[in-house]
Ligand binder design. Structure first.
Ligand code: KDG
Ligand code: MG
Length: 402
């Protein structure tokens, strides 16, 4: 089999998605997700200018060699743009192989280790009462794991909480909007939320929280310790991703489990953290971390240290990444949990999906390959619209982490 062509499809049903489609001389094609929220066109250019010309004529079954061609073969390697492009190529090749061998992707990477994938929902509200209600609604839908984010008195807007009634969506169309932040108010407020959540819903539901990179190491250590009585499933991105040594301080002060890495893109972001056992859950998603080939290595390395996966799964990763993640989650032994932030219904006008939520878990059918498809005629109905993630300032105007 030979790769005869490849193209990048950009579509925006409610939000932008970038999809790589690789075609072969046997009529089989594969899909990869190349969406990098707010920087979509950078990945389009990387794929079109630098990768697609090198793909033509290659054997799509040589996935390992292709991975190293696009990783090691680029002198300027690593980084989110490059690794999102590498991931799109890799996932598309696995999709082709599954279709060619007429078997679901999970069978190519070890077969099923479980029948269903535990997922966590997002719940948020403008204050503690509203968040309590939102968590209750997710539990009523059947979720057994819920991430809770709440508005903070005295802070205009808070990460994870929408301004109006629309579902929370990180990127907004147009240029970057400003939000404002004060860590002290946040730190004093969040433990009150989790106290109320445990009093209201008991010990059994898994509760998660995302700090979204906003604490210094010592602040994060205090927060993790103050949240300890509420037995979180995890505290996510308590310090900024680039400040990896910061995790040591959290570990020294608390037993709250730590998740990190949605902004990481290679094993080299994780290796020291794993060896020192400074965190518990791998967040790096297949779509930004070099694809299935690379995540298999990251997860295997983590398994040595009893670290589990908990892949990023926001709306800014397309159904192609969600399906790839679910196959992966089914197959590996050290799966922990999967984030599931449902796409708006209009996304299904463009993507045909093969997974569904069922009582706290996701299940996926046994279509060959990934099992997700894209309708190109529908995709053109939703042209790209520039969108940005917000920027964040302290209330005195200092530029801060978002
Ligand atoms: O594009 C940014 C989002 O993916 C991110 O803000 C979502 O932190 C996030 C999460 O945990 O889902
Ligand atoms: Mg996050």
């Amino acid at each position: 089999m030979k790769i005869t062509s490849a193209k990048v499809i950009v579509t925006s049903p409610s939000r932008n998605f970038v999809t790589l489609k690789i075609e072969t001389d046997e009529g089989i094609y594969g899909l990869g997700d190349a969406t990098l929220n707010g920087r979509e066109k950078a990945v389009v250019a990387y794929l079109e200018e630098h990768c697609i010309p090198m793909l033509i004529g290659r054997d799509p079954f040589q996935i390992e060699d292709s991975w190293y061609l696009f990783y090691r073969g680029a002198y300027w390697r690593r980084g989110p743009v490059t690794m999102t492009a590498v991931a799109a190529i890799d996932v598309a090749l696995w999709d082709i192989k599954g279709k060619a061998l007429n078997t679901p992707l999970y069978n190519l990477i070890g077969g099923k280790s479980r029948e269903k994938v535990m997922v966590y929902a997002h719940a948020n509200g403008k204050d503690i009462e509203a968040t309590l209600g939102a968590v209750g609604r997710e539990i009523d839908k059947g979720f057994i794991a819920v991430r809770a984010q709440t508005g903070i008195p005295g802070i205009i807007d808070t990460y994870g909480v929408p301004k109006g009634d629309a579902p929370y969506e990180p990127a907004v169309r147009g240029l970057a909007q400003e939000s404002f932040w004060e860590t002290e108010k946040y730190m004093n407020h969040v433990p009150k939320l989790f106290k109320r959540l445990r009093e209201t819903y008991g010990e059994d539901v898994h509760l998660l929280h995302d700090v979204h990179h906003r604490c210094t190491p010592i602040e994060a250590a205090r927060l993790a310790r103050e949240l300890e009585p509420y037995h979180l499933f995890w505290l996510e991105d308590a310090v900024a991703g680039e400040l990896q040594e910061g995790l040591r301080l959290i570990r020294n002060h608390s037993t709250t489990p730590i998740a990190i890495g949605e902004v990481f893109n290679t094993i080299y972001d994780y290796s020291a953290l794993m060896v020192e056992q400074l965190f518990d859950y791998i967040r790096m998603p297949i779509g930004h971390g070099g694809g299935i080939t690379h995540l298999l290595k990251v997860a295997a390395f983590g398994s040595v240290y009893h670290i589990k996966t908990g892949f990023h799964g926001p709306t800014d990763l397309s159904p192609v990444t969600m399906a790839a993640a679910l196959h992966f989650d089914l197959a590996i032994n050290n799966f922990g949990i999967q984030e599931y932030m449902p796409h708006q219904a209009i996304v299904n006008d463009v993507f045909k999906i093969n997974y569904k939520f069922d009582k706290g878990y996701m299940i996926i059918d046994d279509s060959p390959g990934l099992g997700v498809d894209i309708d190109e005629a529908k995709a053109v109905k939703y042209p790209y619209e520039r969108a940005y993630l917000p920027i964040n300032r302290k209330t005195d105007g200092t530029m801060f982490h978002w």
